[in-house]
Ligand binder design. Structure first.
Ligand SMILES: [Zn+2]
Length: 430
């Protein structure tokens, strides 16, 4: 399930395209040397940096930003037109109370953000799903289903996260990245796992920035970690099932909590921190432009220059490859453990819940064990449910996992479907 999604748009800028080709060349070389950036590549990066000094980042990236806004907004406006043609309502006409709530929360987060000088607008659309997205322009599109499931602080976390994608220039990075997969013959860039890992890094960065915004705007900075923790309890991590295009829920919850631990010092419940603007530049997460190759997440505010992004892309490319490797290792571990789980018994508890008994025959002690079940109805619609085993699982141990249905399903209905158990996740005890 895609919770936070952002769409990438095709890039038509002539000058930008030339630059993209140059970046493409950089990365082709990057892929060939695999583990590290070699000397030649470094020289090319230096040349780009030189250009950067001559051109001046600000004028280049401002022009680019205007174009990005035009493209991003065009996409959303077409979508809204389409909604109206199909007779679907939007914004206050759809749900006045939820729309006002969205606007109220938005109006506290946006003035805190790096893009406060731009005129942004939240949009509420008629979808039940748990989703929100940006397109690099000045709209945040939120599904009604998401508003209904989240409290105010959690909505603030989502709004901050979406603004952060644009602040950190992820849409342009995504464009660069897609150009690369077209231009390069790099097998790494084309691999699905790599694409997923690349997205992971973007999601983490947007989480970090969004959580800082929340704290500065007086919203509970732990709200993001609560969202992911709840998703984990309801859906697990689905580690053995597919390559994730977003960070797995448990890791994301833990990372969001770690960020909240750091920024909670700026949090004044219900109040905007009086030092909010100064703290945006220098805070416990990043220092603005302390050195040009340093790790500065916000890059001084949304006008992140394409050229400095280019240099950053190379190290991000390495990071994404490491992350891809880590995720692949863990997925392989879960699939191997899955072979060592035997279902011994299923017992009905009531109309909506049942208990399963398993025998674990592996040799490694495990924790955070999550078992899932996939069900498919006669129309081909699939459902997933998970059960958690608490504590450590020792070699040879038998253990119980309980499942509970939601989404209006009963066990009688489930029994008529095709079902299959799978190991959702398990970590070795080290
Ligand atoms: Zn996101």
């Amino acid at each position: 399930m895609k919770v936070f999604q952002y769409l990438s748009l095709s890039c038509r800028a002539g000058s930008l395209k030339v630059l993209m080709v140059l970046l493409g060349t950089l990365l082709i070389s990057g892929c060939q040397v695999l583990q590290s950036i070699d000397k030649g590549l470094y020289d090319v990066a230096e040349a780009v940096t030189e250009t950067d000094r001559v051109t001046g980042q600000r004028s280049l990236s401002t022009a680019n930003r205007n174009q990005q806004i035009a493209q991003g907004n065009q996409y959303v406006e077409k979508m809204l037109q389409n909604e109206r043609q199909k007779g679907r309502k939007v914004d206050a006409a759809l749900d006045a109370r939820q729309y006002q709530r969205l606007v109220r929360i938005f109006d506290r987060i946006h003035p805190i953000s790096h893009l406060r000088q731009e005129r942004w607008k939240p949009v509420l659309i008629d979808r039940d799903s748990f989703n929100a997205f940006t397109t690099g322009g000045t709209y945040i599109v939120v599904h009604l289903g998401l508003m209904k499931q989240l409290n105010d602080a959690e909505v603030a976390a989502v709004v901050g996260h979406e603004i952060a994608h644009t602040v950190a220039n992820h849409v342009a990075e995504r464009q660069t990245h897609q150009q690369l997969s077209v231009l390069t013959s790099s097998s790494a860039v084309r691999r699905q796992g790599y694409q997923a890992a690349f997205t992971h890094e973007r999601e983490r960065e947007a989480d970090r920035i969004g959580i800082l915004y929340s704290a500065l705007a007086g919203y509970d900075p732990y709200a993001a970690s609560h969202i992911w923790q709840r998703q984990y309890l309801q859906q697990g991590n689905a580690r053995s099932l597919f390559a994730h295009d977003h960070p797995v829920n448990a890791e994301r919850a833990a990372e969001a909590k770690a960020v909240a631990d750091k920024v909670k010092q700026y949090y004044r419940p219900g109040q905007v921190n009086p030092r909010a603007h100064a703290l945006l530049d220098n805070n416990v997460l990043w220092q603005k432009r302390s050195n040009r190759h340093g790790d500065s997440a916000g890059e001084g505010g949304g006008l992140a220059a394409i050229l400095s992004t280019a240099v950053g892309v190379m190290s991000e490319h390495q990071q994404a490859k490491q992350e891809e490797y880590r995720q692949a290792q863990q997925a392989q571990f879960v699939r191997s453990v899955q072979q060592q789980m035997r279902l011994e018994e299923q017992r009905r508890l009531n109309d909506r819940s049942w208990q399963t008994r398993w025998h674990y025959t592996g040799r490694v002690s495990l924790h955070k064990v999550v078992v899932g079940i996939i069900a498919r109805d006669s129309k081909g619609k699939t459902y997933r449910f998970v059960g958690h085993h608490k504590g450590v699982l020792r070699p040879g141990q038998r253990f119980n996992v309980s499942f509970m249905l939601n989404k209006g399903l009963t066990l009688n209905q489930l029994e008529k479907m095709q079902t299959q158990y799978y190991l959702d996740d398990a970590l070795p005890v080290r």
